[in-house]
Design a protein around this ligand. Structure first.
Ligand code: GDP
Length: 445
């Protein structure tokens, strides 16, 4: 889904990796790349303009978070703008105070309305409702039978016109479908309506007549994601004709470019409620703008990581530490404890590592990583007095024995930690005088 857009955005972000700060020229180049990616994905021009203007303004603006590097910063901004353009919050189905709730489906022929009616019925049933599907698509030969088959598979009742009784009048079928639901105690009615190959006045009048007859709580436009921007134009016309309350995206399993999904909310002002992702009954989900944006960016859980880094980041503490290093003071166990706590506030280390892209191959090593080892280290450091943490040289035998007792470890554990940390301190001092990290891979970005 949206593969090409994902690739383009991801490679744009890659060029920002390792940059200390973004110059206005960097921002320009990034915005240009994003603009091209969106246009190629068939996103409508006004949406592209709004989107890129927002990215530019925010990336250049003062919205600089010290917890993130510039590359992450841009990922975060693009993610948030994607969420916004997809509708922000997910919007739940409006249920009527006095059941039945009436949901009318509208859209072009082949968009996936009948398929969707079955999926929606199936999902509603799972949610504890007692839905009924109404076959008011009398235009397309077979549409009624298709709905009956789908309904049967979903285990949901279908109201269809009996031959000879009002056949040919979809308005009457829709009205009687709702009466049937009320009489039989169904609390949700899904009305499948006819679509045509293109918009025409007849079709729109019929849709408006059905709407007036059944007074729907939701009028959902079923939008074939494969069609792209022109489908969004159709949605706009439907909105003018029957006042849509929401949109359902279908065929998101195909190689749709994303233009329709990213344009429709802005163009119609209607939220996307559901997504259909295949031909099976269960290929259906409630639409979550943030999850969809995450999938478009296709960045593992980098986004979660960014969020957690921001939460755990303590600017004051980091500044204090940087000052210390500059003054040539030693990094002590007290500093170490503070840093370790900041990192652990982000959650289990194992989970954090798993979220980094490319860590999938290291699954086994990660599984063997024992979080309790960190607990032991933390316990040992906590059992020391501040004076001990700042000067390991004062740790004689009796102090070490006390620390081991206090932390529930062995003296050998305490010795091991002290030795490793002393080594590390020595290395850091050497690095400072040598002015670099010989043999260490770059840690930036
Ligand atoms: P309607 O004319 O709007 O009622 O459209 P249909 O429900 O008959 O769907 C038209 C075609 O699209 C059928 O072949 C469906 O199987 C197919 N279809 C519907 N939804 C999806 C979907 O989410 N993914 C895929 N791949 N095919 C779909």
């Amino acid at each position: 889904m949206f593969a090409s857009l994902s690739d383009r955005l991801t490679s744009t972000f890659k060029t920002l990796r390792g940059k200390g700060r973004l110059s206005p020229a960097d921002v320009d180049a990034t915005v240009r790349q994003i603009r091209l990616a969106l246009l190629d994905a068939d996103v409508s021009l006004p949406v592209v303009r709004q989107f890129t203007a927002a990215i530019r303004e925010r990336a250049l603006g003062e919205e600089v978070s010290k917890a993130l590097n510039p590359g992450q910063q841009v990922v975060k901004i693009v993610h948030e703008e994607l969420v916004r353009v997809l509708g922000g919050e997910s919007r739940r189905l409006h249920l009527a105070k006095n059941p039945p709730t009436v949901i009318m489906l509208a859209g072009l022929q082949g968009a996936g309305k009948t398929t969707l009616a079955g999926k929606l019925g199936h999902w509603l049933k799972e949610q504890g409702h007692s839905p009924v599907l109404v076959a008011a698509d009398l235009q397309r030969p077979n549409a009624v039978t298709q709905l009956q088959v789908t309904g049967e598979r979903a285990g949901v009742q279908v109201f269809a016109p009996e031959p000879g009784n009002g056949v040919g009048d979809p308005v009457s079928v829709a009205r009687r479908g709702v009466e049937h639901a009320r009489a039989r105690g169904h609390d949700v009615v899904v009305v499948d309506t006819a679509g045509r190959l293109g918009i025409d006045e007849d079709l729109m009048r019929q849709a408006a007549d059905i709407r007036d007859a059944v007074q729907p709580d939701e009028v959902l436009f079923v939008l074939d994601a494969m069609i792209g921007q022109s489908a969004v134009e159709t949605a706009k016309q439907f909105d003018e004709g029957v006042s849509l309350t929401g949109v359902v995206m279908t065929k998101l399993d195909g190689d749709a470019r994303g233009g329709a999904a990213l344009s429709v909310v802005t163009v119609t002002g209607s939220p996307i409620l559901f997504a259909s992702t295949g031909e099976k009954l269960t290929d259906f989900e409630v639409f979550h703008p943030d999850r969809m944006a995450g999938r478009i960016l296709d960045m593992g859980d980098v986004l979660t990581l960014i969020e957690q880094a921001e939460k755990a980041f303590d600017a004051e503490q980091t500044a204090k530490l940087a000052g210390k290093v500059e003054r040539g003071e030693d990094f002590t166990l007290s500093d170490f404890l503070e840093q370790m706590q900041a990192v652990r506030r982000m959650g289990p280390l194992k989970n954090m590592l798993k979220m980094l892209p490319g860590m999938g191959d290291m699954k086994e090593q990660l599984e063997q990583f024992d979080e309790r080892e960190l607990d032991r280290v933390e316990a040992i450091v906590r059992s020391m007095t501040p004076a001990e943490r700042d000067d390991l040289k004062i740790l004689n035998g009796s102090r070490r024995a006390r620390i081991a007792r206090g932390s529930g470890t062995q003296v050998s554990d305490v010795n091991g930690l002290v030795e490793r940390f002393t080594q590390a301190q020595k290395m850091m001092r050497q690095m400072r005088s040598g002015g670099g990290m010989p043999g260490m891979p770059g840690m930036g970005g």
